[in-house]
Design a binder for this molecule. Structure first.
Ligand SMILES: Nc1nc2c(ncn2[C@@H]2O[C@H](COP(=O)(O)OP(=O)(O)O)[C@@H](O)[C@H]2O)c(=O)[nH]1
Ligand SMILES: [Mg+2]
Length: 403
C-alpha cells in the first residue's frame, strides 16, 4: 500500500511463523520488524515517517493504519493455522522419536580456538587465555547432557579442536558442524586461511554428516571472524572480511552457505555466535517454546528462556523483540562473572539472582543442576505473589518432565 504523497510503501508479510512489517522505498525494503502486536506498527510508522520528513495529515495516516490493521488481523488468522499445523506435526514426531544423539563439531582455523573453547566451556576469563600454550594435536572434548527435545535422550556433544596443522580427512568423518575460526588481525595469513576454509568445507561435504533435522535454508558451516575487539571500526571490517572469505578462488565462486559472525572473547559476541551454532545442532522444541510464550504472556514479562548451562544451549525461548541468542550469551557472561566472585564471599552453590535496574529486572533461577530459567520483565511487575510463584513452579516442573 502506498503512503500518499511519498515514495514509501508499506506491507505486511507472513514469514514462516512471524508477521513482518516492511516499509519500502521504490521497491527496496528500508525498514522491517517482526510484529507481535499491532501497536508496534502504530508506534513505528509515524516515527519512521517523521524521521524521513514525510508529513501526512492525521486522517490519511489513520486510513493507512486502518487498512494495515485489517491485513494484520487476516495474517494473524493464517499464523494461528500455521502454529496449529506445527503443533500437530510436533505431536506426530513425538510418535516416531527422532534422536540427534551425537553431534560432532570440528573446531579449526587460525588463532583463537583454545581460548574460545575455554571461555565458553571452562568459564575462563578472557585474560586467562593470554598465555595458553599452542595446541599441536587434535583434542577431543566430550560433553554429555540431557536433551529436552521430543527425543528426550542423552545427547553427546563432541568438540574436536584442531591444532596448528590442517586436520586429516578422518577428522571430518561424521562431523555435523564445521566451526572455522579466522584471526581477523592476522592479515598476512588471510590468503592461506581462506584456502583452508574452502578446503574444509569441501571435506565436510564429502566426509561429514549434515544433521538430518536441518531445514534446506539452514547451514552447518560456521565461520567466526575473531578478535574483532582489536578493530576500532569493527562493523566495516567485518563486512569486508565476509566478502573476502566467502569467495572461493579455486572454484571462482562465492559461497553463500557460510554463516559468518564477528566475535571476540572480550564481549558477549562469542556467546551469541555460539548460541547460533547450538541452534543448528539442536533445534529448540516448539512445544516448550509455546509454553515459554504462555508464561511470558501470563506474567507480563519481556522475555523468558531456558538455557543449559554447560553448553550454552538455549532449550526454549518465548518470542521476544530482543535477539534470543544475545540473551543467552549475555546471561552466560553474567552467570560466569558471579560464580567467579562468589568464593570471595565464602559463598557456593548459586541458586538464583536478580538484578534490579531502573528500566526492568533480570532474574535467573538455576534448577536441576544445569538449567537456568531467565526472566526479563518491567520494573512494576512483582513475581513474588502466590499466583506468579505457582505459574513459575508449574513451568519448571513441565520442563523437568520433558528432560
Ligand atoms: N584480542 C583478542 N585476543 C584473543 C581473542 N581470542 C583469543 N585471543 C588470544 O589469541 C592468542 C592465541 O589463542 P589460542 O586460543 O591459544 O589459539 P589457538 O592456537 O587457535 O588455540 C591467545 O593469546 C589469546 O589470548 C580475542 O577475541 N581477542
Ligand atoms: Mg590452541
Amino acid at each position: 500500500m502506498k503512503i500518499p504523497g511519498s515514495f514509501f510503501e508499506v506491507q505486511l508479510v507472513l514469514n514462516g511463523e512471524l508477521i513482518e512489517f516492511q516499509i519500502l522505498n521504490r521497491a527496496v525494503v528500508e525498514y522491517q520488524i517482526s510484529v507481535m502486536d499491532f501497536e508496534e506498527i502504530e508506534f513505528d510508522l509515524p516515527e519512521f515517517l517523521e524521521e524521513n520528513h514525510v508529513s501526512l495529515p492525521k486522517n490519511r495516516l489513520e486510513n493507512v493504519l486502518q487498512q494495515l490493521e485489517g491485513e494484520y488481523l487476516e495474517l494473524q488468522q493464517q499464523q494461528e493455522k500455521i502454529r496449529h499445523q506445527q503443533m500437530t506435526q510436533y505431536q506426530q514426531s513425538q510418535q516416531n522419536i527422532i534422536t540427534y544423539e551425537s553431534q560432532k563439531v570440528l573446531l579449526m582455523g587460525s588463532s583463537g580456538k583454545s581460548s574460545i573453547y575455554q571461555v565458553i566451556f571452562e568459564s575462563k576469563s578472557p585474560y586467562e587465555t593470554f598465555s595458553l600454550p599452542p595446541t599441536k594435536k587434535v583434542i577431543k572434548h566430550n560433553i554429555e547432557f540431557a536433551a529436552m527435545t521430543s527425543a528426550s535422550r542423552k545427547q553427546n556433544l563432541a568438540i574436536l579442536e584442531a591444532g596448528s596443522e590442517f586436520p586429516a580427512p578422518e577428522h571430518f568423518d561424521q562431523a555435523s558442524i564445521l566451526l572455522f575460526i579466522i584471526d581477523a588481525f592476522e592479515v598476512s595469513n588471510y590468503e592461506n586461511i581462506r584456502y583452508q576454509l574452502h578446503q574444509a568445507i569441501k571435506l565436510l561435504k564429502y566426509h561429514g554428516k549434515r544433521p538430518a533435522h536441518l531445514q534446506d535454508s539452514q547451514s552447518n558451516i560456521f565461520c567466526f571472524i575473531h578478535k574483532m575487539d582489536l578493530f576500532p571500526n569493527s562493523a566495516e571490517q567485518f563486512e569486508s572480511l565476509v566478502k573476502y572469505f566467502r569467495y572461493d578462488p579455486e572454484a571462482d565462486a562465492v559461497n553463500l552457505e557460510i554463516n559468518f559472525f564477528p566475535t571476540s572473547i572480550f564481549d558477549s559476541s562469542i556467546y551469541s555466535a555460539w548460541a547460533k551454532v547450538v541452534e543448528v545442532m539442536m533445534p529448540k522444541s516448539s512445544k516448550l517454546n509455546a509454553l515459554s510464550n504462555q508464561l511470558k504472556e501470563a506474567l507480563g514479562l519481556y522475555a523468558t528462556l531456558i538455557i543449559e548451562k554447560r553448553t550454552g544451549l538455549p532449550i526454549c525461548a518465548s518470542k521476544t523483540l530482543l535477539d534470543d541468542s544475545v540473551l543467552v550469551g549475555s546471561t552466560n557472561r553474567v552467570l560466569i562473572a558471579i560464580e567467579k566472585v562468589l568464593p570471595e564471599y565464602e559463598l557456593a552453590g548459586l541458586k538464583d539472582f536478580r538484578i534490579n535496574a531502573a528500566t526492568g529486572v533480570l532474574e535467573v533461577k538455576l534448577f536441576h543442576q544445569y538449567y537456568m530459567l531467565v526472566l526479563l520483565y518491567p520494573p512494576h511487575i512483582n513475581l513474588n505473589d502466590v499466583h506468579s510463584q505457582k505459574k513459575l513452579t508449574e513451568f519448571i516442573e513441565t520442563m523437568l518432565n520433558s528432560i
